[in-house]
Design a protein around this ligand. Structure first.
Ligand code: PSV
Ligand code: MN
Ligand code: MN
Length: 406
């Protein structure tokens, strides 16, 4: 991208009243966490495909994640999932991450891999299984303390497949009991992010099926518990940006699992199908970040942006890069919304004017801006091209086939 293209872009935005220096500062501050499981083999319930070159252990997952950070400069932390990323020595994993220039981010307990959890984990009617599940949550708090992470990210597959199968109210109480125990074990700087999903793997009822249930639970637990919005976890047609705005206003928006979907919880490359939805989510966050109320501004600045995606048919690292780049692109576009123009239109009840003020920001080509920002932070202007030219993808093929699943 020539300097000329950027100079034109800057001039065009200045004429619209956009402070480009402020936009650039915001873009540089955006950090996106990538998930360790996005580098492993994955699949559907029909098949897990084995790709050549997939990491064989958590240490190699961090090596791949470090590539994404090296090339983008915006992915300094990596979420782990226990026991997928179980190691004997977590301090060693922490050191390994730090040697690679990244850190361990959210710690995700995993209560959906074992046969014991067939009828639920923290909501199982068998007290011994509930105990086992709660002990795992407590183990994850300890792991987070060891690796220096402040985020515990919870998702429960718990639910039932048939009417009458379970006592829904009893399970609600058991869920609270277990999470309260975990909450009490957290250190004051830790946050518990509670994720919801309306179905899958359970098909009749899911114990935490929507944001209202997660919000209520987080409220009951206390200020260190917040809601995590996975963009793939809603019924079709849900206005996710409205949920985001509501949670932000209640100071209960903890973070995101970004991914894209066409049908169910498809876990596809972020923004591949629905870039406008992502843009509108960022619009609401940016609007809150500019609120008169400092508490709302703080809430908007304290969101954990994470990617949660599985690449069943794509090469893992370029797929992750694509997602990160798409997040940056939509954030950059949303930063070009002239909020004063939107507000003036709202005050005049000018429906078309307000819609236009938002939409037209989406229509700008932000490539010159992103290239300029990348140059300034010292990463390749085209991270995807740089990755493909780096030889890393060929190098990891030496690992062979049969790496870690998730
Ligand atoms: C469940 O669908 C989920 O979104 C949760 O975040 C899990 O931790 C993750 O996917 C596992 O792939
Ligand atoms: Mn998720
Ligand atoms: Mn999911």
């Amino acid at each position: 991208m020539s300097d000329k293209a950027y100079a034109l872009f800057e001039e065009q935005q200045a004429l619209r009243g956009i402070d480009i220096a402020a936009v650039k500062a915001k873009l540089k501050a955006l950090k996106v966490e990538t998930p360790s499981w996005g580098y492993g083999d994955s699949g559907t319930r029909f098949k897990v495909y084995k790709q050549t070159g997939v990491p064989r252990n958590p240490f190699e997952k961090f090596e791949d994640a470090a590539q994404v950070h090296k090339l983008t400069g915006v992915c300094p932390s990596v979420a782990i999932h226990i026991p997928w990323d179980k190691v004997d020595d977590y301090a060693k994993l922490k050191q390994h991450a730090s040697d690679l220039g990244v850190s361990i981010g959210a710690v995700n307990p995993n209560l959906f891999q074992e046969d014991d959890y067939i009828f639920g984990s923290v909501t199982n009617s068998n007290a011994a299984i509930r105990r086992k599940a709660t002990d795992h949550l407590l183990e994850c708090v300890d792991i987070a303390k060891t690796v220096g992470s402040d985020v515990l990210s919870l998702w429960f597959a718990d639910g039932s497949n048939y009417p009458g199968q379970v006592d829904i109210r009893a399970r609600k109480a058991w869920m609270y009991e277990s999470l309260k125990e975990m909450y009490n074990a957290m250190s004051p700087s830790m946050r518990m992010l509670i994720e919801y999903k309306f179905y899958e793997p359970a098909f009749y009822h899911t114990d935490l099926a929507d944001w209202g249930m997660a919000f209520n639970l987080a409220n009951k637990l206390g200020p260190q518990a917040e809601v995590l919005v996975d963009t793939g976890h809603h019924p079709q047609g849900t206005n996710i940006e409205h949920i985001v705005t509501y949670l932000l206003d209640e100071n209960k928006l903890g973070g995101f699992h970004f991914n894209s979907r066409k049908y169910g919880d498809d876990d596809l490359i972020v923004g591949s199908v629905n870039p406008y939805e992502l843009f509108l989510i960022f619009y609401q966050i940016i609007d809150a970040a500019n609120d008169k109320n400092p508490q709302i501004r703080q809430a908007a600045d304290n969101i954990a942006y994470m990617i949660d995606q599985s690449h069943n048919i794509e090469r893992k690292i370029p797929a992750m890069l694509r997602s990160v780049l798409n997040v940056q692109t939509q954030y950059a576009k949303a930063l070009l919304i002239n909020l004063e123009e939107v507000r003036a239109a709202q005050e005049n009840q000018d429906v078309l004017g307000a819609e236009d003020a938002v939409r037209k920001a989406f229509e700008f080509d932000v490539t010159p801006l992103l290239k300029a920002v990348r140059e300034e932070i010292g990463v390749p202007v085209d991270p995807m091209k740089a990755y493909l030219a780096s030889g890393y993808d060929e190098k990891i093929n030496a690992r062979g086939k049969g790496g870690a699943s998730w």
